[in-house]
Design a protein around this ligand. Structure first.
Ligand SMILES: [Zn+2]
Length: 237
């Protein structure tokens, strides 16, 4: 799958689980998801849905923050045994989820910074990183990302769901790779079998561009109509 399809799947995926999570409790964490949490969660999940490809040097996520993400990418590639190995395992999803959840519990500021970084990755994946004018695209991306992070901050969004959204985003990435021809070693390092190898459609094929991407986009629109309390959001004149 292309970066933007992965990112879109993160947004739709999060919106799809919101009604299921609403009002439930998970490891002692209660979920009360308002519009702010839905938007923040969708963007965090979209950013996380790009994370597993950090082991590849030409991936969106690896190139989002220049030398910083490239160095991290080289480190992850080394730690997790090369491209599409450990970073495409359930262990990685669990690890990322646990790490970010710990971050969310530890410090408000740390989580704001992490959300900012993930939203930047998400927008880069969604196509704000237009190739034609890279500097302008990067400036726009940074401004929009900062604006949204600030809006979420001033709306008092709580991040108790952080770890879950990150782990779930990684899982959605694996599904995205499996429905294309790429296999994913879900049980790495215990069993290196690649689930979904040579099944599904080609990356950047007609099916992806003309069917999958539009369907994901329509999914976001439909869920937006369904999930947000529109009458409350439109100011009375
Ligand atoms: Zn991948």
């Amino acid at each position: 799958m292309m970066g933007h399809s992965h990112a879109l799947s993160g947004v739709v995926g999060w919106m799809a689980v919101v009604p299921l999570l609403q009002g439930t409790e998970f490891f002692g964490v209660g979920f009360d998801l308002g519009s702010g949490e839905i938007i923040a969660g969708g963007l965090v999940c979209a950013g996380a849905a790009l994370l597993p490809d950090i082991d590849h040097k030409s991936a969106t996520v690896t190139n989002t923050y220049g030398v910083v993400t490239r160095t991290l990418g080289a480190l992850f590639n080394w730690l997790f045994g090369g491209h599409r190995n450990g970073t495409h395992s359930l262990l990685f999803a669990l690890l990322m989820g646990a790490l970010t959840q710990a971050l969310a519990l530890w410090s408000d500021l740390a989580v704001q910074i992490f959300v900012f970084l993930l939203i930047g990755i998400a927008f880069n994946g969604l196509g704000f990183g237009m190739d034609k004018n890279k500097t302008a695209a990067e400036v726009i991306n940074a401004l929009v990302t900062a604006g949204i992070t600030l809006a979420l901050f001033t709306n008092d969004v709580n991040y108790t769901w952080m770890g879950l959204a990150v782990a779930f985003g990684c899982l959605l990435h694996f599904i995205g790779d499996m429905v294309t021809e790429m296999g994913v070693p879900l049980l790495w390092p215990f069993w290196k079998y690649r689930f979904g190898q040579n099944m599904g459609f080609k990356t950047d094929s007609k099916i992806e561009r003309k069917v999958v991407t539009p369907l994901l986009t329509i999914g976001i629109i439909l869920y937006s109509v369904y999930l947000f309390p529109w009458p409350e959001l439109i100011p009375e004149s």
